[in-house]
Design a protein. Structure first.
Length: 212
């Protein structure tokens, strides 16, 4: 696949190791959730490298100085329900003061197109860095719609973070929203006839929440 602007495929060994554990069909719900949380934190560490800082005054045991702190109120995390919820706490561990919005989308089982059922975003959103999270970028329909909804509410500086992507979904998201910075844990081979990612990890929502 040709190199695309604004697309980062995270090749860190810790992320790759944890993704391999996620893929294993014998990994149970409890461990799966923990791994998603850890991967989100590792990805967030990289994806948030350009987070704005603000100088604050701190008194050290030696003297008073101006020193940078994360302008945490400037960050919003927006999980795509349901599976994106699994990635929120890992990023909140890094930036506890971030606001959290929610976008509810489900894929039609036949057409694989997303349907919206919920949208609640921090207000105002214009000034914030917005990190949309969803473990899976398959056809890209859900991610494209989620980013469009955020833009309709005034969001400008948008990142999309996933754990596994299919080439088809990456292309669709990048073409629809070339301004969005995309972070991917691993780029898999392809989609199958049911629009599942191969080799993938199955249905992320079901594996996180123990449903079927
Ligand atoms: C999954 C996943 C993404 C979407 C990806 O959610 O969490 O949101 O599919 O597929 P796409 O790129 O083809 O749109 P799903 O619709 O299964 O809902 P769930 O999280 O509630 O299980
Ligand atoms: N959603 C998932 O949870 N898994 C896939 O492989 C594709 C979409």
């Amino acid at each position: 696949m040709e190199k695309m602007n604004n697309v980062t495929i995270l090749e860190h060994p810790l992320i790759q190791h944890k993704i391999s554990m996620l893929r294993d069909k014998n990994t149970g719900t409890n461990e799966f959730r923990k791994l998603v949380d850890e991967i989100a934190m590792l990805e967030g560490f990289i994806a948030l490298a350009d987070l704005p800082l603000e100088e604050v005054e701190v008194e050290t045991p030696i003297e008073t100085c101006m020193t940078p702190k994360i302008a945490g109120r400037k960050l919003a995390i927006v999980p795509i329900l349901r599976a994106g919820l699994g990635m929120v706490s890992g990023i909140l561990a890094l930036v506890p003061s971030a606001k959290v919005g929610h976008i509810g989308l489900y894929r039609d089982e036949v057409t694989h197109e997303p349907h919206e059922y919920y949208c609640k975003l921090p207000n105002p959103i214009e000034e914030r860095t917005i990190v949309v999270v969803d473990p899976m970028l398959a056809t890209g329909g859900s991610a494209v719609d989620a980013v469009s909804m955020i833009k309709e509410h005034g969001g400008v500086n948008i990142k999309f973070m996933c754990i596994i992507a299919a080439p088809e979904g990456l292309k669709r998201l990048h073409e629809a929203h070339p301004d969005v910075q995309i972070y991917i844990g691993h780029l898999d081979r392809e989609l199958n006839e049911n629009a599942y990612i191969c080799p993938g990890l199955g249905d992320a929502g079901d594996r996180i929440f123990g449903t079927k």
